[in-house]
Every structure is written in C-alpha cells, then in structure tokens.
Design a protein around this ligand. Structure first.
Ligand code: 8X3
Length: 260
C-alpha cells in the first residue's frame, strides 16, 4: 500500500538536474512538501516552476553546496525555519570525475572533489538532519548509491570508493538508528543517461554520449520511481536497498550494444 507524502517534508540535494530533479518532482506529486538544494540556481528556478505547475505548491529552494559547511548550515537553517520539520532526506548530490587509473597521471583534484561531495557532503547533510528526522516520528534517509558501490572497475577506483563508502554509511546508519523512527534506504543504479557522463568527462558531450550509445540506459525517472516507491511505503517498512540496471547491462563493463 502506498502512503501519501501529505504532511511530510522531503529534502532533496543535487536537485537542479537528473535524478535529483526527477525525484523532487516525483515526491512533490506524491504529496510531499519539498525543500530542494543545488549549486546551480538556474536548474532550481526551473524545478520550482515545474513543481508549482504540477502541484500548485511552491517548494522551498536554496543554493546548496554540500562541500561547504556554511552553505549546508544555511540551507538546513532555511528548511527548518520554513517547515519546522523534516521527514525525508534524499542524499542525491554526487558526481564522478574522470576515468583516470590510479597511477602517476591521475588528477588528484578530481579525487578530492568526488570524496568531498559524495562522501563528506552526504555526511554533512545527514549529521545535521538526523535530529529532525528522529524528532519527526517518521523519518527516512535515502542515499543514492550505485552499482559502483558493489563492483569496482578500472578507471573508477575513486568514484567506486565513494559509492562503497556510501554503502558503508548506509549500513552504519541503519544500525545506529535502530529503535528510532527513521528508515534508511540505499538506491543503487547502474548506467543512467543524465549529465553524469558529461560531468565525468569535464564537459565533453560527444565522449559522454558514446557511453550510452547502442543500448537502452536507465533514465532519471526510472531511478526517481524507486526513490518515491521507498518513500511511500508504510512507516514500518524499510526498503533496505534497490539495485537497478538497464536490461542491457549485466555488470560494470558488460553492456549489450546494438551491432556489437
Ligand atoms: C553510475 C554507474 O557504472 O557509471 O553510478 O559507475 S557507473
């Protein structure tokens, strides 16, 4: 049985595009009041208009850089003063940068950004919101993991490390929050066609499009569907983990492409 989000507040990070954007729309359509954050203001403006058009309700939207403690503090303060509570935290902000091997050519700045965003950013948001999630009496942390958190691949060492890290954090949180009214879920997609690869290849759209050539990758909406599903189960039902991949993807490196 699906439970409506009416009366509940959901926070989505990295909401200006891709999975975050679709998740915010999906949760708003399921009745949640939304608080959305991202570094890029233009995507947030579009999202606010989109949600308002679909639901008639204007979400709280503020710039948010999860790598910056002050930005995280200001965002959380804004959400709490707007709604007075938080029920759901979707830790979506994250990225891959490069496909460097771990050798002398690797870009260490990329390593730092990935670890800071995907691991520390998720921790910063979680640390600050856990008290509110507990206090809500019906809280839920939904972390965006990845198949890269289950299987490492060449060129993905550091990105995979961040997603293995997210999986560890999800597991620890489930233990730590046992006995408290907070569910903990990890949604772990394989290849999803969003701006993910454009970001990974530092803006090289042609190289990014080749990643998804000749097969049917997941879409942002496919992943958002799983997040909304987890968030709309009854309060005692914890969806621990959903791993989803395109029917054309077997594992990190094996993809059935047309003509191959
Ligand atoms: C994204 C999946 O295979 O590009 O999290 O690392 S993959």
């Amino acid at each position: 049985m699906a439970i409506s989000g009416a009366g509940k507040v959901a926070v989505v990070t990295g909401a200006s595009a891709g999975i975050g954007y679709s998740t915010a729309v999906g949760l708003a359509e399921a009745g949640f009041q939304l608080a959305v954050g991202a570094r890029r203001k233009d995507g947030l403006v579009k999202l606010v208009e989109d949600i308002q058009r679909r639901t008639g309700v204007k979400p709280f939207a503020e710039s948010l850089d999860v790598t910056d403690k002050e930005s995280v503090d200001a965002f959380v303060k804004g959400v709490v003063s707007e709604y007075g509570k938080v029920n759901v935290l979707v830790n979506n902000a994250g990225k891959a940068l490069g496909v460097d091997y771990i050798d002398e050519r690797a870009n260490e700045d990329d390593w730092e950004v990935m670890l800071d965003t995907n691991v520390l950013g998720l921790l910063r948001m979680t640390k600050r919101l856990v008290p509110y999630l507990v206090e809500s009496g019906d809280g839920h942390i939904i972390n965006l993991g990845s198949t890269a958190g289950h299987e490492a691949y060449a060129g993905g060492g550091v990105y995979c490390a961040t997603k293995f890290g997210v999986r560890a954090i999800t597991g620890a949180l489930r233990q730590e929050l046992l006995g408290k009214p907070v569910r903990v879920t990890s949604i772990d997609p394989g290849m999803v066609e969003t701006e993910f690869s454009v970001v990974r290849f530092h803006g090289d759209t042609e190289r990014a499009s080749r990643v998804y050539e000749g097969f049917r990758p997941l879409t942002a909406e496919d992943v958002a569907d799983c997040i909304v599903f987890a968030a709309t189960r009854p309060a005692h039902v914890n969806i621990d983990n959903i791993i989803l991949k395109s029917v054309d993807q077997a594992d990190a490196t094996r993809v059935a492409r047309k003509g191959q």
